[in-house]
Design a protein around this ligand. Structure first.
Ligand SMILES: Cc1ncc(COP(=O)(O)O)c(C=O)c1O
Length: 382
């Protein structure tokens, strides 16, 4: 096919898919990449960090990127990588925990609210996931975590920004348990990592969740969520270089000479790292603060308006830019179905609809969404 025909066919075949720019995707944790990130990403598409000897300058850039993210998470000395996303970051953390454990130990304690990537990782690594229930604020029940620890436990996971509701677990208490029992503690801040530090800067009270706590061994933080980076861009940060080394492999045959890989994938995108570095430099704390502030303003507006609709309520006050809509009166699945028929890409959890107010979601989209939601409730007899 000539190039022009390929492009034409792609345009016509993909044009009906959802796009972030349309504002109709209100149930996703990803967003339109920032224009600068798009630009630098396409400039450096050929860069491969899997063969790091070819790109010593890029290796330095990745170290700088991790250093900036580490500083954001209270530890400029953190060591790690830009990976494919939260799933790879969480898997690397469990892999490190497994490598550090004693023979035959295999249990990982996670909150019931943890992302399913932990189940995947445990399956791959032949670990057992022990799920612990939540308290009335949808945080992991710390006493239950302590009770679940036994001689077979290798790690505890806490979430700073749960997938379903954006709730932050009591990480400082988990840290105390981890220190006391000498266990690996991983914090999944895949979503919250690019929200909580800026909420704190904006003057909100944010609980400690990062390397400021002595027990925290690793943190997942995803630039391709609230960091506005192009997909794929996750982040895994280990408390120190020694921990990162537990998952490192030496590869001898590569074109750039002997190199070390501490990621699951081999060949990996240098463009992703460059895009993240560029955004951290360009947006900086002020830029991300502005983005978080604007998402939060809309989130609160949405939460207030939902509570005014007869028969609907929010699950809990939003901690970050995520709202859970529930109903005691209507079948929430039916509402989600009707919203999808009206071309809203919402996310459905067992007891609630999740709305994520990402930077591409504007005031006008929230207003249109609320109108449709009110209509649906009226149609259902509310
Ligand atoms: C808290 C959390 N951790 C991990 C992930 C997995 O991230 P990814 O889809 O980038 O692999 C998600 C995805 O939504 C998430 O919400």
């Amino acid at each position: 096919m000539p190039q022009s025909s390929v492009l034409k066919e792609l345009e016509s075949r993909l044009s009906r898919d959802f796009t972030y720019g349309s504002g109709r995707i209100i149930g996703s944790m990803c967003t339109c990449p920032h224009p600068l990130a798009r630009k630098v990403y396409t400039c450096f598409l050929d860069r491969n960090l899997g063969d790091s000897g070819l790109s010593p300058a890029l290796v330095k850039l990745e170290k700088e990127t991790i250093h900036i993210l580490g500083a954001l998470l209270s530890n400029p000395k953190a060591s790690g990588h830009i990976v494919t996303g939260g799933t790879e970051a969480n898997t690397l953390a469990l892999w490190a925990a497994k490598k550090l454990s004693k023979k035959n130990q295999s249990e990982v304690i996670v909150p019931a609210s943890a992302h399913y990537s932990f189940d995947k990782a445990a399956d791959l690594l032949s670990l057992q996931i022990v799920k612990v229930g939540l308290n009335s604020r949808f945080q992991v029940d710390v006493e239950a975590v302590e009770k679940a620890v036994n001689s077979n436990t290798i790690a505890i996971v806490g979430v700073a920004g749960t997938t379903g509701l954006g709730v932050v677990d009591p990480i400082s208490e988990l840290s105390e348990i981890a220190v006391k029992k000498d266990l690996y503690l991983h914090v999944d801040a895949a979503f919250g990592g690019f929200v909580l530090p800026f909420l704190k800067e904006l003057g909100f009270s944010v609980p400690d969740f990062d390397f400021s706590l002595p027990g925290v061994c690793s943190i997942a933080i995803d630039p391709h969520k609230m960091g506005l980076a192009p997909i794929p861009a996750g982040g895994i940060l280990f408390q120190n270089e020694r921990l990162r080394k537990t998952v490192a492999w030496n590869v001898s045959y590569l074109a750039g000479g002997e190199s070390e890989q501490a990621t699951i994938v081999g060949t990996r995108s240098g463009a992703s790292v460059i895009a993240v570095w560029a955004l951290l430099k360009h947006l900086g704390t002020e830029g991300y603060k502005r983005i978080v502030r604007s998402c939060m303003r809309l989130t609160w507006k949405l939460a207030v308006e939902i509570q005014k609709i007869n028969g609907l309520d929010i699950i809990t006050e939003p901690t970050m830019n995520i709202v859970g809509i529930k109903s005691e009166v209507f079948d929430i699945r039916r509402i989600a179905k009707e919203l999808r028929l009206r071309k809203w890409a919402v996310s459905l959890f067992p007891n609630h609809i999740r709305i994520v107010v990402m930077p591409h979601v504007q005031k006008q989209h929230v207003e249109e969404f609320l109108e449709d939601l009110k209509d649906i409730v009226t149609e259902l007899g509310g």
